[in-house]
Design a protein around this ligand. Structure first.
Ligand code: ARG
Ligand code: ASP
Length: 763
């Protein structure tokens, strides 16, 4: 190899590895030693891989749980106290809220353990161990198999592997097998699930949701997005169903909490359960997302949101009823806008194309690889082209029919009652009826305004008709309006549906539910909205779904090959698997960024900033009087940072949906913050992480302590925790992670402050 080629190789190598040290990557904890330990220590981490993930002794992973399967939470005391986001516990907080006890508005703090509130259905799941099972899972799989053959071999292997892991496993432990790297590797997770998880405390929404939708995905941010729960266990400290006799769970590890805060450049690690990312898509796919799919979804939601907003502004009652629904729809609407803009701003597609050029250049030098992978990019181009009308139609259907016209779901669920009666008789019918009423209809009608929904329906059906790629998709609408190509009176159509259906009126719905099963089912079958919804679904399932699935299966197969190719063709690049709701860690640094020309965002916000946004009586920016009082007196106790109260900070950690509630951990393994969001300019990190603008947003741990202690007066919780000063105190020699149990009930905060858990990072 001549010198210049060597140099180029070195430059390419540095380019790839450097771009990773900035924070990109969602890594598997059990591979940390092999892939990340050195890098993390260079960045300032003082822990070893064993401190973070160990099967034999307690480690950081033993403090992290999958919270309800959709968020992350962490254990912060020796009595199973859990910390997660307010928006993760929102459903539970809402379920305990009544007019007399308005926990959303006023907050809630259990002052004694017997005041903590049970939450049926909520679970906290620990990961006991993770193992690579690629070999047994892929045994007998060969390159010349088609995807069906391949899958059938894998399915058979899965049964064997699962049975092996399930042997001797207690009932509350589970085995979960997941594909990684798009099916090129497999890992098994042995998990332990606790089902008695109680609500301990939550700040009022004016803290936990401060800034609401206006500030959602936005930096600078001033939200104290946290809530506390507690895990309860049976007498043996093992999982048990809810019971009065259960005891607070004693964890294998709980995170000490640092009182020393962060400054720009500090090492941070975020540990949790990221849901889904797509980092290895070809440029053609990203282009389709930005040019076709995102604009489709954004447009539909924008139309619906504008209508709902109009009604919310007119009527305070509607504002309450629709606040949470509006927030849910607005969340990803806003995210997709930020995602498309971020890809544009960082030339994400251009960068992908450049990487693909290098991929082809390397293939050209390696005939064996070229033979295997040479056609991939062209295949993608064609497949994404083929799938486009189906993918767009699918988004139209999902957003219009399944999601944003509310009553469609209510009507659609009526179908379950029909099947229940037909398949399982009257008993099956009554069971299903009760389940649907308790689990869905009651809360649906509580917050339902047919006049709003009817207007949304008219507007979205028109969009569907005007824009969805296949004409036949709207034939049920055309039939009802008596038109063939285009046109039609959508307002009249919606009016007809809403005035004649019983699903739009609770009183009529209740009457149907009171009928005997046969009559009720006949009524459902004869309902115009039920019929319309079923017809729309049937044409969608006929025209779009099979083709979409066919192309999508082909794309998945190519994506698997492409992932394999990338790993072979760029062996110098450390590649992390896409997120799939399994336990991961990511690391980076506290770091500001430049959102646009001439502007630099500093990485920490303070209570002063919240005060500056304060709008008395506003539903987004109101603040509790007590908090303002504490601010005026500067009564921050031991939680202040040079006389100021920090609220949030940002870092370069690579996170996504599901990472909400994840702990932000310092170089020594102490909790410094609570992840809850990302900065808008960088929300494209799900498909194209770019270190220049991708930032995760965390609540500063000191703000959480301040709210619990000074604002809520729940200092008994503070005594449970292990507060440490890793920066201020001189360093003892390791152990880095405390193996000594935290002493309970010590009332001297002074003494706690002196406790030291790690070496001084400034050394
Ligand atoms: N954007 C954050 C996430 O994706 C927070 C969402 C909750 N807050 C809200 N205003 N909707 O989950
Ligand atoms: N807010 C997200 C969550 O709930 C986190 C994110 O998307 O960054 O998981």
């Amino acid at each position: 190899m001549n010198k210049s080629i060597k140099l180029i190789k070195l430059v390419v190598f540095l380019l790839f590895t450097q771009s990773l040290t900035a924070g990109e990557g969602m890594w598997l904890p059990q591979l940390l030693q092999a892939l990340n330990e050195g890098d993390m220590q260079t960045m300032g981490m003082k822990l070893s891989a064993e401190d973070i993930y160990s099967v034999n002794k307690s480690s950081l992973k033993d403090a992290i749980v999958h919270f309800g399967g959709f968020c992350t939470a962490e254990v912060i005391s020796n009595e199973g106290l859990l910390l997660t986001n307010h928006h993760c516990g929102y459903g539970q907080i809402q379920s305990h809220t009544t007019l007399e006890n308005n926990y959303l508005k006023d907050g809630f703090w259990a002052m004694k353990k017997n005041e903590e509130l049970p939450n049926p259905g909520l679970f906290a799941r620990f990961i006991l161990r993770i193992e690579d099972i690629s070999e047994p899972m892929l045994a007998g799989v060969t390159d010349d198999m088609n995807s069906k053959e391949r899958q059938s071999v894998i399915d058979k292997n899965m049964e064997v592997v699962k049975a092996k892991y399930e042997q001797d496993l207690p009932a509350f432990d589970d085995v979960m097998i997941r594909p990684f790297y798009h099916g090129n590797q497999y890992f098994v997770f042995v998990t332990r699930t606790f089902n008695d998880v109680r609500l301990v405390g939550t700040p009022p929404e004016s803290i936990g949701k401060y800034g609401s939708d206006t500030d959602n995905w936005v930096w600078p941010r001033h939200t104290g997005d946290f809530a506390m729960f507690r895990i309860y266990a049976g007498p043996d400290n093992l999982p048990a169903e809810y019971s009065n006799d259960n005891k607070p769970y004693t964890p294998k590890h709980s995170l000490p909490i640092s009182l020393d805060g962060v400054e720009e450049g500090d090492f941070t690690m975020v540990f949790g359960f990221p849901g889904r990312t797509n980092q290895y898509l070809p440029a053609s796919a990203v282009k389709q997302t930005v040019e076709v799919l995102n604009p489709t979804k954004i447009g539909i939601r924008e139309t619906a949101l504008n209508i709902i907003d109009k009604f919310m502004r007119k009527d305070p009652q509607v504002k309450i009823q629709y606040a949470s629904k509006f927030a849910r729809v607005a969340n990803y609407w806003k995210k997709w806008i930020g995602e498309s803009q971020g890809i544009e701003a960082t030339d994400g597609i251009g960068k992908k194309l450049e990487m693909e050029k290098e991929f082809l250049t390397r293939l050209n030098k390696n005939p064996a690889q070229k033979e295997k992978y040479g056609a991939l990019l062209g295949d993608f181009e064609k497949l994404y082209n083929d799938i486009e009308p189906y993918a767009a139609s699918r988004d139209y259907y999902n957003e219009v029919i399944s999601r944003n016209i509310e009553v469609m779901r209510a009507a659609g669920l009526g179908g379950r009652l029909i099947t229940a009666l037909e398949n399982n008789g009257e008993k099956g019918y009554s069971n299903m009826k009760q389940r649907l009423i308790d689990g869905y209809y009651t809360s649906f009608y509580k917050n339902y305004r047919p006049e709003i929904d009817q207007e949304v329906c008219a507007a979205l059906l028109k969009m569907y008709k005007d824009n969805a790629p296949f004409k036949g998709l709207t034939s049920p609408m055309d039939k009802m309006m008596g038109v063939r190509d285009g046109g039609g009176d959508y307002t009249a159509l919606a009016k007809k549906l809403y005035s004649t259906s019983f699903f739009t009126k609770q009183a009529e719905f209740d009457k149907v539910m009171a009928m005997n099963p046969k009559d009720a089912v006949a009524k459902i079958k004869g309902d115009p909205l039920y019929a319309f919804m079923s017809d729309m679904k049937a044409v969608y399932e006929d025209i779009v779904e099979p083709k979409y699935k066919e192309y999508n299966d082909q794309i998945s197969e190519k994506q698997r090959l492409y992932m394999k190719a990338l790993m072979e063709v760029f062996p110098e690049k450390r590649m992390y698997p896409d997120a799939n709701s399994t336990m991961r860690f990511t690391y980076g640094k506290v770091n500001g960024y430049t959102p646009r020309d001439a502007v630099y965002y500093r990485p920490v916000t303070y209570l002063d900033g919240a005060m500056a946004k304060y709008k008395p009586g506003d539903y987004e920016f109101d603040m509790p009087a007590k908090l303002i009082d504490l601010y005026n007196k500067k009564d921050y106790g031991q939680y202040a940072d040079n006389g100021k109260m920090p609220i949030c900070f940002i870092g370069t950690n690579h996170t996504t949906g599901g990472n909400s509630g994840s702990p932000a951990i310092d170089a020594h393994g102490n909790l410094i913050g609570l992840n809850f969001d990302r900065a808008w300019e960088g929300t494209m990190s799900d498909i194209n992480y770019d270190p220049s603008i991708c930032r995760n947003i965390m609540v500063d741990a000191r703000y959480i302590l301040f709210i619990v202690d000074k604002f809520a007066g729940a200092s008994h919780l503070i005594y449970e925790m292990n507060l440490v000063n890793p920066k201020r105190m001189p360093a003892p020699t390791p152990p880095i992670i405390s193996k000594t149990p935290i002493t309970k009930g010590k009332k001297s905060k002074k003494k706690k402050k002196m406790k030291v858990k790690g070496p001084n990072p400034k050394m």
